[in-house]
Design a protein. Structure first.
Length: 189
């Protein structure tokens, strides 16, 4: 009986100890950051950023305390056509010569379901910083079946207005609402 009481007390004390976060580095090989927006009402124009890096710190017991930072090389845009990719890099849109990096830093994580959350953060794009909220879904967390290393993956999406970031080229003919879609995998660091 005494041993049971000791183990129960120990369990309660351990439950009061602070949670510990795991640190992960973004695996750019298994990550895609994509955008889509209306093109003159005729079609949806899409593209992907090829150079992405980031860090995630998360504790399963306290996911609302997670910290995320992602950096994107703006010039790594691939709009699936060389001319269009260059146009998006140019003066009417991203101006990647003046603003070479985009950055997202989380400021708040709110659990919205068993495996979903709203991740709010500051997005810096085109030299302007605005808060953005992404709807995220945990895909999986566990050991990589080949390497044995801890992995975690998410899918996330949200909508921004490019005019909020002073990207005004061809408005309103080319859409102001830009849908951001992210599929990301992190490995333990």
């Amino acid at each position: 009986m005494f041993k049971l009481a000791r183990f129960t007390a120990l369990g309660l004390l351990l439950g009061l100890l602070p949670a510990y976060a795991e640190n992960f580095s973004l695996d750019s090989t298994h990550t895609s950051v994509m955008y889509s927006l209306d093109h003159l009402g005729f079609s949806i124009s899409r593209g992907v950023f090829r150079e992405v890096q980031g860090q995630l710190s998360i504790d399963e017991k306290a996911p609302e305390e997670a910290r995320l930072e992602v950096r994107i090389n703006a010039a790594s845009i691939d709009a699936f056509d060389g001319g269009r990719s260059n146009a998006v890099r140019g003066g009417n849109f991203l101006e990647t010569d003046r603003f070479p990096e985009m950055k997202f830093v989380s400021t708040k994580v709110e659990r919205s379901g068993e495996s979903t959350a709203k991740i709010t953060g500051d997005l810096t794009l085109h030299g302007v910083t605005h808060p953005v909220t992404l709807n995220a879904t945990l895909q999986k967390k566990g050991k990589h079946p080949i390497t044995g290393a801890q992995r975690i993956g998410f899918a996330a999406s949200g909508v921004i207005k490019r005019s909020d970031f002073k990207i005004m080229g061809f408005l309103p003919m080319v859409g102001d609402d830009v849908t951001i879609t992210v599929d990301v995998e992190f490995g333990a660091s």
